[in-house]
Design a protein around this ligand. Structure first.
Ligand code: ADP
Ligand code: MG
Ligand code: MG
Length: 902
């Protein structure tokens, strides 16, 4: 097809032709190299082959038409510019071939340096460098090693091994002690390794080297580890990578040369300063490979003041230009500084907030942009307690931070042992190679979960996140031996009962118990830290950005709280009311007995007595909550759960009765109870007698609750407070259900409220799909809707949450059937559609209908954006999620031109 196109597609861009906004086409590295070139910074000349070329290659299996010729043309002009030809025997031009996708995928793809060297041009290179043989042979052996490994899949260890052998023959650990002869010998050894594994000689033709390296970069997009990484980071699979061909500059020319990395601010804390590492007489990857000890960047000032000052100048310039933390790679070739890469740097959650605040102070960005640059997931991370790490503690392994938090405990290897020890009051860490659904009880009992295999979507990770439990997965340095009840890591052997500590944010594993310290961000939300008067930069910045989010957001944020204490905490965290007060727990504990009497009542009298006894207890509960939420709306949901939850388990009861009968005891009461439990047994309690159904079946139950609510409100108002109760009817599927409850409730409210001025709204949950689909009718009888997205998800998908999460969700995630559990983040296409329909039809039937959401989705960042967009009035979530929801509601409300923040 392309061959017939009148204008051939442009696949190759000179650095001077690109810019930073072309990441889709040129990849991040290429776009930023172009940007730096156009800023006039010292970037070695080169060109970028587009992601389009890569995509064409990956779909057809061959380079697209025209690509070879375009590369040829760009190479020629590069050769003209440099006055050298690629691999020329006397005066070679050498290049690097570097991958670079739109989103940075550290260490996932390939780079080959020194392309163009061969048996002849190595001599030319030496002459170019004034007879520096050592340098030339060092560069050549690096090419064979990198080319062998990344282009031809020669096992890297073989090269490492050969290098180690030469070093130990010389009696040294330092590669700088190897001289030109040693390195020449190493080249021979490398070539043999290459030939042994590939069945061919190392290619001597420079252009062939270049083409093979380009192709290898294309192929690396689909390497297994790259695929896994993308899945974990949710990077689309079809973006492809660009390839950058860059003139080589040399940091390995002697002590006046070197290479380094730098950050314009500390990516860990956000603090301003000079952060980086420098390594003299070394080439690119040596810095990160830890081959020799790097020195802190500051020391470059002594080594080469001119380059150092120039570098600082460039870093300041880049920050000002990108208006963000930049991450830089550079090389110094005989006193001349070259910039090899820059990008907006990754950072920790704390640094994200601190830096955003600083950039506002510096006038580089405004508060909208600062708000755009942080997110709820980062804020949530900052609200977990953290390990208090000093030098004593060094991580023994690092896995994937699969579910945040800090946990210490005794190591156990089986679910059963975890349950046992937890029952004795011990903190335990469940250690497995990988978990499976049989481990569920152990995971519940454990403080944290540690696995040696599996990524962010493994069973362990998914289930732990669902439970809010700390988890480190895929710590592959751990050798876990379950039958022997121990694991080994490095030289350490850890047996059952030994204590370890895991950090679910960083993925780090420590031996022993690391002390935990509270989050200063939580202290701030609790009002224990004055943001105007602290030297904690994080707290100051969080405060500023939260204040801006509150001013910007349209969505209100309420909390789910059933007790005065929860309500009070949520209020400190910024909740503007209660969106869901569950009344179920008010029937438990020592009130259970009253409920049993209510359920088993043989006549009106008995039932009424039980209800009369419950009324004052309920009233007291509501008074406490209304007081804590003085002046703010409180949505009280009438009793929802299935009745059997209040009764003893059937099997146990049956056994008790049988045993008692055997002994000839009087069991009349137990028998009645057993009969009732049998009668009420349900196969699918979640779909059975619960919610409004219960209220319609047991006379007086809802009436008692409505009376308690109204009386509590009147009592609070009489005391000078302001109570704004909203009565919410659960599990409504048809307007008639709601109307029946409403008629009786209105009568009671009118009677109780009298002229006290108390106003009580009556509304309903929308959590049964039928309710969403008949929302227009239901709105006739409801003053508000609150979406119960947990049940709506269960019934929308036909999933029983308790059963499916542990059983197969991990597999669904692995297969990509969902990107994230629909219980964690709302399924906007399906369940979200139900919300949209109900919101539209409800409001059409009753303008001004109040709309909220009270499922756990109310505190999930992505879901909050969806609820904003659908036009709800508020979200409600657990107290700890309230700040997250406030932040995300603010982010949803602002529109910025800000860049992709990944
Ligand atoms: P990564 O994306 O893994 O960082 P890079 O393509 O940036 O891979 O290259 C790896 C190393 O090689 C880096 O340290 C880089 O600075 C260095 N490097 C790349 N190209 C050149 C070049 N043309 N001259 C000198 N060093 C280079
Ligand atoms: Mg790099
Ligand atoms: Mg529900």
């Amino acid at each position: 097809m392309a061959a017939h196109d009148p204008v051939e597609q442009k696949y190759v861009y000179d650095f001077a032709e690109g810019n930073k906004d072309l990441k889709d086409l040129l990849g991040g590295k290429g776009a930023n190299l172009a940007e730096m070139t156009n800023l006039g910074l010292p970037v070695p000349p080169g060109f970028t082959i587009t992601t389009e070329a890569c995509k064409a290659y990956l779909t057809t299996g061959r380079e697209p038409d025209g690509l070879a010729a375009q590369i040829e043309a760009h190479l020629e002009s590069l050769e003209r510019e440099m006055g050298r030809r690629l691999g020329d025997p006397d005066d070679p031009l050498l290049v690097s071939v570097r991958s670079g996708a739109k989103f940075s995928m550290p260490g996932m793809m390939e780079t080959v340096l020194n392309v163009g060297l061969n048996d002849r041009s190595v001599i030319g290179l030496s002459n170019q460098a004034g007879g520096n043989d050592r340098f030339a042979w060092d560069s050549y052996r690096r090419l064979i090693q990198m080319f062998g490994k990344t282009v031809c899949e020669v096992p890297g260890e073989e090269f490492e091994h050969a290098l180690d052998e030469i070093k130990s023959a010389k009696g040294t650990h330092n590669d700088l002690d190897l001289d030109a002869d040693d390195l020449r010998g190493l080249v021979d050894a490398y070539k043999k390794i290459f030939a042994k594994h590939t069945g061919r000689e190392f290619p001597q033709e420079p252009r062939e080297q270049l083409d093979l390296a380009i192709r290898a970069v294309f192929d690396s997009w689909n390497a297994e580890r790259a695929i896994l990484y993308r899945r974990q980071e949710r990077i689309p699979a079809d973006l492809g990578t660009a390839v950058n061909v860059v003139t080589m500059v040399f940091g390995n020319l002697g002590p006046d040369s070197g290479t380094g990395v730098a950050f314009t601010r500390d990516p860990g804390s956000g603090a301003q300063g000079i952060y980086g590492d420098y390594l003299a007489n070394a080439q690119g990857e040596d810095v990160v490979a830890g081959i020799r000890n790097t020195v802190p960047l500051q020391e470059l000032e002594q080594l080469d003041k001119t380059s150092y000052d120039q570098l600082l100048g460039i870093m300041a310039r880049l920050e000002e230009h990108y208006k963000d933390l930049c991450d830089i790679e550079f090389t110094i070739e005989r006193g001349k500084l070259w910039m090899l890469q820059t990008r907006v740097g990754k950072r920790t959650a704390a640094a994200a907030f601190v830096i955003a605040g600083q950039l506002v102070d510096e006038g580089l960005i405004d508060l909208d942009e600062a708000l755009h640059r942080v997110n709820g997931a980062q804020l949530a991370q900052l609200m977990f307690p953290r390990f208090q790490l000093d030098h004593e503690f060094e991580a023994v392994a690092k896995g994937i931070g699969a579910s945040p938090g800090a946990a210490s405990g005794k190591v156990v290897f089986t679910s059963a042992r975890a349950v046992e020890l937890a029952a004795e009051g011990e903190s335990v860490i469940l250690v497995r190679r990988e978990t499976n659904p049989d481990d569920l009880n152990g995971m519940i009992a454990a403080q944290g979960i540690l696995t040696s295999r599996g990524g962010k979507t493994s069973h362990a990770a998914v289930v732990a996140r669902g439970m809010g439990k700390t988890c480190v997965s895929g710590a592959d340095e751990l050798d876990v031996n379950v039958p022997a009840k121990r694991f080994t890591v490095g030289d350490h052997v850890v047996n059952e009962g030994d204590v370890v500590s895991i950090d679910g944010t960083t993925g780090k594993v420590y031996l022993g118990e690391v002390p935990v310290m509270p989050s200063e961000v939580v202290q701030y939300f609790e009002g224990e830290l004055d943001p105007e008067n602290t030297d904690d930069a994080l707290v100051r910045s969080v405060h500023r950005i939260m204040t801006h989010a509150d001013a910007a957001r349209r969505l209100r944020v309420r909390t789910n709280a059933d007790t005065g204490a929860d309500a009070a905490r949520a209020r400190r965290f910024g909740a503007e009311g209660i969106g869901l007060c569950r009344t179920e727990h008010m029937f438990l504990g020592d009130r259970r007995e009253l409920v049993e009497r209510l359920i088993l009542a043989s006549g009106d009298k008995e039932r009424e007595d039980a209800l009369a006894a419950l009324l004052p207890l309920q009233r007291a509960d509501f008074i406490e909550i209304f007081r804590e939420m003085d002046g703010l709306p409180v949505t009280v949901r009438l009793i929802d759960p299935p009745l059997h939850e209040f009764l003893p388990p059937l099997e146990q009861l049956a056994v008790n009765v049988a045993v008692a009968q055997e002994r000839g005891e009087d069991v009349a009461k137990e028998e009645a109870l057993l009969a009732a439990v049998r009668r009420m047994h349900e196969e699918n309690p979640m779909l059975g007698l619960r919610g409004v159904r219960l209220g319609l079946v047991i006379p007086g139950l809802f009436a008692m609750q409505v009376r308690a609510i109204a009386e509590a409100a009147v009592a609070v108002v009489r005391d000078g407070g302001t109570a704004c109760p909203e009565i919410m009817v659960p599990l409504v599927g048809a307007v008639q259900e709601l109307e029946t409850v409403r008629t009786e409730a209105e009568r009671i409210i009118a009677e109780v409220v009298g002229d006290s001025g108390v106003e009580v709204l009556i509304g309903t949950m929308i959590e049964v799909p039928r309710a969403a689909l008949t929302a227009g009718q239901i709105a006739e009888a409801a003053e508000f809707f609150s979406f119960g997205t947990n049940d709506l998800t269960q019934m929308g998908w036909g999933f029983s949450r308790d059963d499916v999460e542990g059983a197969f969700f991990w597999r669904y995630l692995e297969l990509g059937i969902f990107g994230i559990s629909p219980f964690e983040s709302i399924d906007t296409d399906g369940v979200g559609r139900l919300v949209r329909i109900a919101a539209e039809e409800g409001r059409a039937a009753r303008p001004g209908l109040k709309l909220g959401v009270c499922g756990e989705h109310g505190g999930d960042p992505d879901s909050v954006h969806f609820f904003h967009e659908v036009g709800l009035d508020y979200v409600s979530c657990s107290p700890f999620r309230v700040p997250v929801a406030r932040l995300e509601a603010g982010r949803a409300a602002i529109t910025t031109t800000g860049s992709d923040s990944r």
